[in-house]
Ligand binder design. Structure first.
Ligand SMILES: Nc1ncnc2c1ncn2[C@@H]1O[C@H](COP(=O)(O)OP(=O)(O)OP(=O)(O)O)[C@@H](O)[C@H]1O
Length: 275
């Protein structure tokens, strides 16, 4: 785990504008990842590299293991009784399951946004955004104000809430609440953002706003987006992985995977033969 991970002042991930993302080191290197719940194997030896500064979509039918995969990337299974993880996951070179690794520090490097927006109900908009920094011990008011505006701007919410930062987060619309949760994840300046079906509870307008935000954030962050919505993956992901029954069937550029898949199972899924 790098020492800089705990430094709340460390730089925002640099924009990759002009750089060739394929030449940068991968955000995640995943080798032979297995996950069990009790005696039931749910992921069977997943190996793939998640590129940095791109959006990687994870698609596949319900129950294929998309959320399980995402949760393994920030050690969330440690909270699940009976869950067991095997394999190696490196985040920018650091083994995230090594015994000396602190899951709290890891979660500062790896932000997560869930299907259902979950602002803390007793907290204001401002408190919701700053909670991660406060928990990390940041007390400097100037720094907190700077991060508040930065995170809300990055989440494309600043202009809508700047005059009511002390209103409860739960007063916002569903789409705004989801952007608030994205701002909360961004405020600690993570290196990677995991998004688990972030639009599935939203109407089409809010969905379009979040998708546009994901595309923009993909320039600066490494994003892993699990979605059962093929169009959404097509609109937002640079690369897409297709999972089926806990196995990685195909991984490649979204365009290639959608227009010219190399595996018959991928083609069958994309053409609606199952799923
Ligand atoms: N905590 C748990 N305990 C036991 N089984 C679980 C647990 N979480 C997930 N599973 C099982 O693991 C399998 C994969 O679930 P997962 O939620 O990862 O699928 P998914 O592809 O994200 O599905 P969906 O698109 O419906 O959200 C499913 O069979 C599910 O029932």
């Amino acid at each position: 785990m790098s020492a800089s991970a705990s430094d709340p002042k460390r730089a925002v991930p640099a924009s990759s504008e002009g750089a060739d993302p394929q030449k940068q080191s991968p955000a995640f290197q995943i080798e032979d990842l297995h996950v069990w719940f009790g005696s039931r194997a749910v992921l069977h030896g997943i190996s793939l590299n998640i590129p940095s500064h791109q959006v990687t979509g994870i698609i596949g039918p319900s129950g294929c293991g998309k959320s399980t995969f995402l949760r393994a990337l920030n050690r969330m299974h440690e909270f699940t009784p009976g869950a067991r993880v095997q394999g190696r996951i490196r985040l920018f070179g650091d083994d995230i399951y090594e015994s000396s690794g602190d899951p709290i520090l890891l979660r500062r490097r790896v932000g997560m946004v869930f299907q259902k927006s979950n602002p803390f109900p007793t907290m204001s908009i401002q408190e919701n955004v700053l909670i991660g920094l406060r928990l990390a011990g940041t007390r400097n008011r100037e720094l907190l104000e700077e991060r508040l505006e930065e995170a809300l701007r990055m989440a494309a919410l600043w202009s809508e809430v700047k005059d009511r930062l002390h209103a409860p987060g739960t007063e916002l619309s569903g789409g705004q609440q989801q952007r608030l949760c994205i701002a909360r994840a961004l405020a600690v300046r993570p290196e990677v953002l995991l998004m688990d079906e972030p639009c599935s509870a939203l109407d089409p307008i809010a969905t379009a706003q979040i998708e546009s935000l994901i595309r923009d954030l993909g320039q600066r962050y490494s994003i892993v987006l699990a979605t059962h919505n093929l169009q959404e993956a097509g609109r937002t992901a640079d690369r897409t992985a297709f999972f089926l029954e806990g196995r990685l069937i195909e991984f490649g550029s979204t365009k290639k995977l959608f227009t010219n898949p190399s595996q018959k199972q991928t083609e069958d899924y994309l053409t609606g033969r199952f799923g």
